[in-house]
Write a protein that binds this ligand. Structure first.
Ligand code: NDP
Ligand code: DGY
Length: 328
């Protein structure tokens, strides 16, 4: 065991699964301080606690910008985020300071793809409405057109962002009898062959798809991409699903499209802000299913994400190769 003066200061912005904490503790090189709560660390506390840190473990709800980096000071070598998304990190500022970043790709792909399929089916087949009708006594008898929705068999599915998660979603949807799989992004993807994916411009995808699934990263290009013009090109029977980031969608435009009948339904695992206020207009609509950002939420996945986050951090502290480093 090294003396306290040789330990490197690490701040962890939240309680993380014990699998990750165990690795950090057993490494014996960290002087760990943890915001010991399931709720996000208050900004003032983050700025105070990060001071002098060599390593920072953070979550997607922590905005890591110049203010935090300045508060940390020149010791900071590594930021390890327990997420694959990194839109909460100010990349230019981090790069400028020569700080390395660890993140958690791949290990959450299956869980997130599975949740996306569940959300798509729940939205298209109106499961939350059905459950509510059973509980409230609205179920009077079997009726030919009551609670009818839309099926995947014979449909066209459009995936915006056929990356790791987008491809995993497509793989899971094809066996439902999908007829055409369209995708869009910055370029064609070799993996698309496996799902017979056709690379098309965004407008074609939007107007020809029965189901649109958004699984791209949030970037300046994708921010607000799903707006009034986007929804106006969708079919009236179209179902819109977003499990990427809330800011990809203009929620006022989505509300208008859903309430006017421009589109049939939407399922969102991600919103702006998070949590979505309980009086938000989207929550008044029967044709909008909103989940609390649970794409990767299986016990096993969160445990592995925490392990990877810890291993990335330790590698960053010791100058070793990280299992999954985000290349800047
Ligand atoms: P990848 O980097 O593998 O995929 C991201 C995809 O976004 C790439 O295919 C990329 O395409 C595409 N993309 C980038 N810019 C655009 C654009 N302008 N238009 C269309 N597509 C674009 O990441 P993952 O699949 O692992 O994760 C994707 C995102 O999912 C994460 O960034 C995160 O925000 C979100 N996520 C949400 C979860 C949840 O709990 N709901 C869980 C995990 C992730 P190209 O290669 O052509 O640039
Ligand atoms: C991520 O990792 O980016 C997700 O949003 C949460 O797992």
């Amino acid at each position: 065991m090294q003396g306290a003066q040789q330990l490197m200061k690490v701040f962890v912005t939240r309680r993380i699964p014990q699998e990750g904490m165990k690795i950090l503790k057993q490494a014996g090189i960290c002087n760990l301080s943890v915001w010991d709560s399931d709720e996000p660390v208050p900004r003032a506390e983050l700025l105070k606690s990060v001071s002098g840190a060599h390593g920072l473990v953070c979550l997607l709800s922590d905005r890591i910008d110049a203010e935090v980096l300045d508060a940390a000071g020149p010791n900071l070598k590594v930021i390890s985020t327990m997420s694959v998304g990194f839109d909460h990190l100010s990349m230019d500022e981090i790069k400028k300071r020569g700080i390395r970043i660890g993140y958690t790709p791949d290990v959450l792909t299956d869980a997130t793809a599975e949740l996306t399929v569940a959300l798509l089916l729940a939205t298209a087949r109106r499961l939350p409405e059905g459950v509510q009708e059973v509980k409230s006594g609205g179920w009077s008898t079997w009726k030919p057109l009551w609670l009818c929705g839309y099926g995947l068999s014979g449909s066209t599915v459009g995936v915006i962002g056929l990356g790791r998660i987008g491809l995993a979603i497509a793989r899971r949807l094809m066996p439902f009898g999908v007829k055409r799989l369209l995708y869009t992004g910055r370029g064609t993807k070799p993996g698309a062959k496996e799902v017979e994916g056709e690379f098309v411009p965004l407008d074609t995808l939007v107007s020809e798809s029965d189901f649109i699934v958004v699984s791209c990263a949030l970037t300046p290009d994708t921010q607000g991409m799903c707006n009034k013009a986007f929804f106006s090109k969708m079919k009236n029977t179209g179902v819109f699903i977003n499990t990427s980031r809330g800011a990809v969608v203009n929620q006022e435009d989505l509300h208008e499209a859903l309430s006017s009948g421009q589109i049939a339904a939407a399922g969102l695992d991600v919103t702006t802000p998070e949590p979505l206020p309980t009086d938000h207009p989207l929550l008044t609509l029967n044709n909008c299913v909103v989940l609390p950002h649970i794409g990767s939420a299986t016990y096993a996945t969160r445990g592995i994400m925490a392990e990877l986050t810890a291993n990335n951090l330790l590698a960053g502290l010791t100058g070793a190769a990280m299992p999954t480093e985000l290349k800047l």
